[in-house]
Design a protein around this ligand. Structure first.
Ligand code: HEC
Length: 226
């Protein structure tokens, strides 16, 4: 059997399966076995709080109505809701959340994904995704302003001509001046939550874009990332 073509293929196939299991499952499990899984509250860092506070200043009325004050507890709530929306709306069908160590992906999107980034309850289950109709979003946070996201969710084609991304007008309340018509200036609870979630993605990295008075939080993780 071992000298036949099919025998070699069988052993090769099993061998590669074993190698993949060891390198993708066993090694990361051993490397991070002492790293406790963080709760959502624990992954609220200064970067995402900066964005959450910015939302409260930019959209004061809806923010007050749906979240009250921009506290870390409210930010936790927004992140959990944002992630549910990300799943419910099928964003993962077009966007991945994993920078792969191939094809120079890091030059386009930032540091290659590391196992420990996924060691928290907001990543259960992980939203790696496989299709990339749109760009990878795992380092999306801080790349764009909150108002950019609001307009983009309202009508992607206004900011990216010919974009196949659908409109999400149900992330917005109506304009008081024009009753019955949703407006990008009035994100509702869903809108504020999904923007917070998108701004959180990659907020744990040193490469998160810097702002004035910006305090990067690296001590959240055992090993600071690039
Ligand atoms: C049908 C596929 C599709 C779906 C579904 C989709 N997107 Fe997109 N998305 C795209 C494409 C294509 C782009 C790039 C063009 C553009 O900016 O609109 C994009 C761009 C983006 C960007 C801007 C990235 C950047 O910085 O340039 C964000 C953020 C985003 N999508 C988030 C989401 C979220 C959140 C959802 C779910 C509510 C979603 N997308 C659903 C296809 C999709």
């Amino acid at each position: 059997m071992f000298e036949s073509k099919s025998g070699i293929l069988l052993i090769g196939g099993l061998g590669f399966f074993l190698l993949a299991f060891v390198s993708n499952a066993a090694v990361p499990m051993l490397m991070y076995r002492d790293l406790p899984e963080q709760s959502t509250r624990e992954v609220v860092n200064a970067n995402v709080m900066y964005q959450f506070e910015d939302l409260s200043v930019r959209y004061p009325d809806p923010f007050k109505k749906y979240f009250g004050q921009p506290t870390p507890e409210k930010c936790t709530e927004a992140l959990e809701l944002g992630r549910q929306i990300y799943i419910a709306e099928g964003c993962w069908h077009c966007h991945s959340q994993f920078v792969r160590p191939v094809s120079n992906e890091s030059r386009r999107w930032g540091p290659v994904a590391r196992t420990e980034e996924y060691q928290n309850s907001l990543q259960r289950p992980v939203m790696f995704g496989t299709r990339r109709v749109g760009p990878d979003l795992s380092r999306e946070g801080g790349r764009r302003g909150n108002d950019w996201h609001a307009v983009h969710f309202f009508r992607p084609q206004q900011l990216s001509a010919g974009s196949p991304m659908p409109d999400y007008s149900w992330f917005f309340d109506e304009d008081p001046q024009q009753p019955g018509r949703p407006s990008p200036a009035h994100p509702n609870q869903r809108g504020l939550a999904i923007i917070t979630y998108v701004q959180w993605l990659g907020s744990w990295l040193k490469s998160y874009p810097a702002y004035e008075n910006f305090v990067p939080i690296q001590d959240q993780m055992a090993h600071p990332l690039e």
